[in-house]
Design a binder for this molecule. Structure first.
Ligand code: PLP
Length: 425
């Protein structure tokens, strides 16, 4: 009953599962882990999380919560203390006062985004996703019967969605525009003027909502402050779901705690679903998040200072390798690296690099460096490397990449294609 099967006893996944792929970043991390397991030294730039430990005061708050018996279910929408902490933080960063009815809390920003799609999409509803995008958005849309509408951004607009491109992508079926800034993978930050210009388009299309993923909003390098679209564009604010969490800002990826703030009816729909999915987020993680959001905030500046040094180092070292052009990120902790000139070159073994996925596999095999192919983020040829790692790893990785790339040769016209066919994976 219920579970579809092809043959008696043989499991067959539901259509929604067959529509999606495993997260490519998880797959790349797993590949790096496998090689490490085989004894190879791999410099791993795939991981999308801070390398810092969760701050002491946050751990202590969690331990105290356990000791005080805060180990039971909470309300679906979290503890009053956490809702207050989120409200205070939103007021501080956006100047907007949110009521309790406008807050949902979930197992990470990721789950909040998933729940927002699950609570709002009917089959065929469209979600506009600008490239390069965080790998999970299209699959989350597909898993919830929606249609991702991928909109390319361009280098000459600094990889930002333009009002014209937004206008052209909107149809009667458009439900959401997903905005992510600073973005994963390219680190782009929208100015308040950019956001106002996008909002002007949205004013003409009142059926389109905005999911503003602001998970990296504290991790900034250019001195420009962060502004979210809800703050920049009061005229469309009622249609903005702002998503954030404690994972990246407070080095708490494993605690799984994120939140969303927005329209009370949308939040009620998400919370209704949440009541059937998880009952509530972990009580212990909620207590930790209260301390993270309301306690000493100096941890953030310390981390950002370290990330900034690493960003500059990675930019300089990778930018010095012929054939690679990193894009300077405004925020987040990723370097998105153009690798177009490597496409078509041949490895010492005579394999021609035909795509950024080939480049990624080549770097893993030849340099022992794990990165993620840009095609996973909807643009090519690029790769993404996280610089949330030590300066020595960044230096060692850059040395290894430079040596491997120097060993590539221009294609030998006659044999290259035939050999590539033979070597086709
Ligand atoms: N949004 C973006 C752009 C991310 O890169 C990530 C994590 O990689 C998330 C959301 C989700 O973070 P979490 O679920 O840990 O809050």
């Amino acid at each position: 009953m219920g579970m579809s099967t092809t043959r008696a006893g043989e499991f067959s996944p539901a259509t929604r599962v067959r529509r999606i792929r495993e997260s490519p970043s998880s797959a790349a991390s797993a590949r790096a882990r496998d090689l490490k397991g085989q004894g190879r030294t791999i410099i791993d730039f795939t991981v999308g999380e801070p390398d810092f430990d969760t701050p002491r005061n946050v751990k202590d708050a969690a331990i105290a919560a356990i000791e005080a018996g805060q180990t039971k279910y909470t309300a679906v929408n979290g503890t009053p203390a956490l809702r207050d902490a989120i409200r205070a933080r939103m007021l501080r960063t956006s100047g907007i006062v949110y009521t309790d009815a406008q807050i949902t809390i979930g197992g990470g920003g990721k789950q909040v985004i998933y729940m927002a799609f699950a609570a709002s999409l009917d089959p065929g509803d469209e979600v506009i996703i600008p490239t390069p995008y965080w790998v999970s958005y299209p699959d989350m849309v597909l898993a919830n019967d929606g249609s991702p509408v991928i909109v390319s951004t361009r280098p000459d607009s600094a990889y930002k969605l333009t009002p014209a491109a937004l206008e052209a992508a909107i149809t009667d079926r458009t439900k959401w525009l997903v905005l992510n800034a600073p973005s994963n993978p390219v680190g782009v930050l929208y100015t308040p003027e950019d956001l106002v210009a996008l909002a002007e388009v949205l004013e003409r299309h009142p059926h389109v909502w905005v999911l503003s993923d602001e998970i990296y909003d504290e991790i900034l390098y250019t001195g420009r402050p962060f502004t979210g679209i809800a703050a920049a564009a009061p005229g469309i604010r009622s249609r903005v779901l702002t998503v954030n969490g404690v994972s990246k800002t407070y080095a708490m990826t494993g605690w799984r705690l994120g939140y969303g703030v927005g329209d009370p009816k949308l939040i009620a729909a998400i919370n209704k679903l949440q009541s059937q999915v998880s009952s509530c987020p972990s009580s212990i993680s909620q207590a930790a998040a209260v301390e993270a959001l309301t306690g000493d905030q100096s941890f953030i500046a310390d981390c950002v200072a370290a990330y900034r040094t690493r960003r500059d180092l990675a930019l300089e070292r990778i930018g010095a390798i012929a054939g690679l052009s990193p894009i300077a990120p405004d925020g987040a902790f990723y370097l998105y690296v153009g690798c177009g000139p490597l496409i078509g070159r041949e490895t010492a073994a005579g394999n021609r690099l035909r795509s950024d996925e080939d480049v990624t596999l080549f770097l893993l095999e030849e340099a022992g460096v794990a990165v993620i192919q840009g095609s996973a983020y909807g643009t090519a040829p690029f790769f993404r490397m996280s610089f949330a790692t030590s300066e020595s790893e960044i230096n060692a990785g850059a040395d290894a990449i430079a040596a491997a790339v120097a060993g590539l040769r221009p294609p030998t016209p006659a044999s290259a294609d035939a050999r590539a066919e033979t070597n086709a994976r």
